[in-house]
Ligand binder design. Sequence first.
Ligand code: SF4
Length: 737
Amino acid sequence: LTNNSGIVSWQKSPCRFCGTGCGILVGVSGGRAVAVKGDPNCSVNKGLCCMKGYHSVQSLYAKDRLTKAKVRKNGQMVEVPIQEALDLVASKLKQTIESHGKDSVAIYGSGQWTIPDGYVASKLFKGCLGTNNVEANARLCMASAVTGFMTTFGIDEPMGCYEDMDHANVFITWGNNMAEMHPVLFSRMIANRKRRSNVRIIDFATRFTRTSQAADMSILFKPQTDLAVANAICYEIIRNDWVNWNFVNEHVSFHKGKTNIGYGTEDHFAFQDKGENISFAEYKQFLEDYTPEKVEKISGVPAKDIKYLAALYGDPSQKVTSFWCMGMNQHTRGTWINNLVYNIHLLVGKISTPGNSPFSLTGQPSACGTVREVGTLTHKLPHGVVMNEHDREMAARIWDVPVTNIDPKPTYHTVEMFRALDRGDIRFIWIQVTNPMVTMPNLRRYRNGAQKDDRFVVVSDVYPTPTTDVADVILPAAMWIEQEGLFGNSERRTQHFAQIVDPPGDAMSDTWQIIEVARRLGFDKQFPWSEENYIEKIWEEYRLFHAGPKHEMAPYKVLRERSGVQWPFVNGKETRWRFNPKHDPACTNGKDFDFYGKKDNRAWIWARPYEPAAESPDDEYNFWLNTGRVIEHWHTGSMTRRIPVLHNAVPSAYVELNPEDAAELGVVNGEMVRIISRRGQIIIPAQINGRGVPPRGMVFVPFFDESYLVNEVTLDAFCPISKQPDYKKCAVRLEKV
Ligand code: SF4
């Protein structure tokens, strides 16, 4: 929508449809958001948008928008006044705690929560109610990225920024279909290649995608074997003496060890900091199992291609940026594969300088801001963890609650939270701005739990979904620019947006719903804000957690003025490259880099072995199933399927088949195929020679369509460290229907 007629104002906001955080200008007419254009002053996208961004405001206005609260009475959902619904939520919360204990209640949000949403959720549940049952769907999409950062650097979030895209001349996309998932960043990469003669894009993936099509080279590997290939690249770098010894001797240490200790368990600190030191010689010995020739047999990647990748990383004249997202994070060894890509960059010293960046991208607009920074995971506090006494004391002081309220033990990560709901250990769950009855892997198991009679499920959302179908109370939510808020994008950029239009009917923000319930429970002192300026007041309270040069956040008035500010924001300056003293004021060791997240001020190279997937094809289930997204749709499609132009472009999900497999099955485009796993089955139309082509023996299904619930089939195995499930690999068989 770019027609200017009748538009009375253009107001800035970040887009809400992915973690890139493009700045957009929203055109308003007659009190409605009617148009979108890219914000030319936003450094993220410099005026560009993708199709979801351009059409994003239409997601506010579909006919079946939830505008009234509903409560289940005698099995039927009936409309009630919003105040009555909030009274019921508060009384059920109270009763459940009285009958079953504080850990029988939970809140589950998402990376689409604004920063204030996540902050008040954490304050109410962790600070006031005393339970660590707070999780968010970002556990399903980026927990392995966090554990990768923590184990290698001791501190979370990327050291680089999007400007790396303008400086690098080699881009390697690791299991990351950027052309569809991060299209504006991908366009920046392509623009760089057009501008300069020496830019190359190498796509390293398990299936041929639109990113592979646009790349200069596509390298396919067998699922899970990226672990072996990354080690082979390191082997080759060392064999050719492409190691940057100055960098390695000064800034790197080598480790192996306690690899199954979990993120957010009581052993959290061991997981983060207690790997056993090994020598470089021991690390080199470990890599002897990963010669390119040996790894070719495991991975299917020709040894010459592994050597080519190693040469690109190893050539001192090349600036190399690696990008990854779900392909590496949704992996039963997600933490390890994150570590392994850092290993490569660290061996050659290509890190934290413009254009040299290992860059883990996020999928949701505030997965970083709300989930990683505010800390809406069971073990986290705002800028801290519940296991740390100092962090608990700080939270208690800022939140004005007794420190004994904050439980030092984490409870359930996301998969365990829904298992606890199934078992009855959790009896009350409040789900906000996410759709777990579509997104949980091995879905049937978790839907059964949510549907049990003595479970109480509250859902705050904007449209009916399979999750509102299992709700006992539905609270209509304000969406995105119908409220003031803040997101945090993939490059540590905090982005403010003002309320631009009014929410419909009784819809109110998730923040305000939580405040209303908190007050009904008697926590007026902790939630004192009036509706005026409350977002600013919440931000300034939250900012108290972030004192110090490693993570200082910008004041609200600065955020309001700019199209985002990258933290740490120290002495009025943003930080673009962390750990590099030319850019990062937190560096104090007097050297050219300071990896201050680790006690030894060094980044850690980890010896991480190849390990097979949790489930691989066999005689009975002979195909790999891979799942993911398409550019037209956002997550479960609950918003984008209601935008006509996006819905018409891809009206339903499909199973993408290799043409030879399709011929063997006797299936042509559009015919129905049954996909069967050990957990369930779906029937879905076939797509052959579409936008992507899987290799023989693999099928791909996008998960945006609730009519074809691919998660009935997927496996709920997860990385033992990050607890993030692997949606990219399980074994299925196919039948023509
Ligand atoms: Fe929005 Fe992401 Fe598209 Fe940018 S790339 S316009 S943030 S969906």
